[in-house]
Design a protein around this ligand. Sequence first.
Ligand SMILES: Nc1ncnc2c1ncn2[C@@H]1O[C@H](COP(=O)(O)OP(=O)(O)OP(=O)(O)O)[C@@H](O)[C@H]1O
Ligand SMILES: [Mg+2]
Length: 413
Amino acid sequence: MKDTSGDDLETELVSENDPKIVVNSLWKVFGQNNPHQALDEQYRNKTRDEIQQELGLIVALRNVSFNVYSGETFVVMGLSGSGKSTLVRCLIKLIEATSGEVLVDGEDVTNFNADELLQFRRSKMAMVFQNFGLLPHKNVLDNVAYGLEIKGINRERRHKEALEMLERVGLTGWGEARPRELSGGMKQRVGLARALAVEPSILLMDEPFSGLDPLIRRQMRLELVELQKGVHKTIVFITHDLDEAVTVGDRIAIMRDGEIIQMGTPQDIVMRPADDFVREFTLGVQKTKVLHAGSVASKPDVIVKDSDTIETLRSLVHGSDSAYAICVEDQGAFKGLIRRETVDGIKLSEKKPLRDYFDESVEVIPSDTILEDLLPTLIDSDHPVPVIDKRNRCIGVATRRDVLRVIASESDD
Ligand SMILES: Nc1ncnc2c1ncn2[C@@H]1O[C@H](COP(=O)(O)OP(=O)(O)OP(=O)(O)O)[C@@H](O)[C@H]1O
Ligand SMILES: [Mg+2]
């Protein structure tokens, strides 16, 4: 499996957290015969189909390993039958893994006894299903409060908390309604509110929006992203739609035939697909919605430090074709931009410090700005736009040409 994560700064920041979920060499083999046979050395190089033919066993998960960090939305993506649901069910031990570990906050879920498992499912992990899973005879409020009812929380308190959750998902005033009176999107908001009500630290979402109309589906994705900014849950989100994956995911794992074949940020996956299979997936994705300014930024021709002399500035600018120089502090923090005309106009007799010449008012763009949001700034600007990272260091400049290249490559696809 190709792990392309860690290539950019955002991944670096995510991985500074402790992993919330650690999955180590997880296998799930279905079938009547001894499932452990499929793990034997002699089958390691055989395909899933070959193993099925020879042993009558289905290898649903094959040596799967990954970490999910606290507060991260981790997307598992793959075609039908690739093992996504099996994986998410193993995380909560709805299915017993054949081999491997699932550590949540350092504890191995695969070893939990019935009591521990019950406790774990009631408090730490909540699941949102594709078919909503609402109780038809209960009203919306009681559906949302259901997890709290099971925990033995009294009626008054659970209703109060359920009302807050309904407000969170935009369903204020719907508490008395029955599930059948709601649209699909509203039902799924109830499903989400019910999962959030038990205050789990982890949300497992198995194709939660797949049953919805495309328009509602897109809206729900954006709502989830907004909601997550407020709740900071650790989310494992299953989908077979890359557009959805890149909208909601901080990182994406792509599965095929029970294996993870690539794992990385949406930018990694779109810019550096591990193989033709992944590339196929990425073709339909609008790159200007996925790629960040940081991924197209290029090194400016001329960089000067604010402690440099005017002579240094002049010789660097005149020794290049560049129409501007970028000025940074010693630690790399962006200070300003100096246009070539300004440099040309500096008289030799002037003895002012460099910082008196650079334009500190130029707009800078954070490196995680998507290209679509960068375009208006670029169009209004008569110079390349400095791109800064989370520590205010200038990592490069974005030019109209850089963005046009991405748009042009999209129309080639
Ligand atoms: N209970 C089971 N018994 C036997 N085989 C199973 C069982 N559950 C899943 N499988 C097989 O394991 C493989 C992975 O199934 P899984 O449901 O995890 O796929 P998925 O990626 O979730 O697919 P989908 O996108 O269709 O939901 C499939 O080949 C499936 O037939
Ligand atoms: Mg599934």
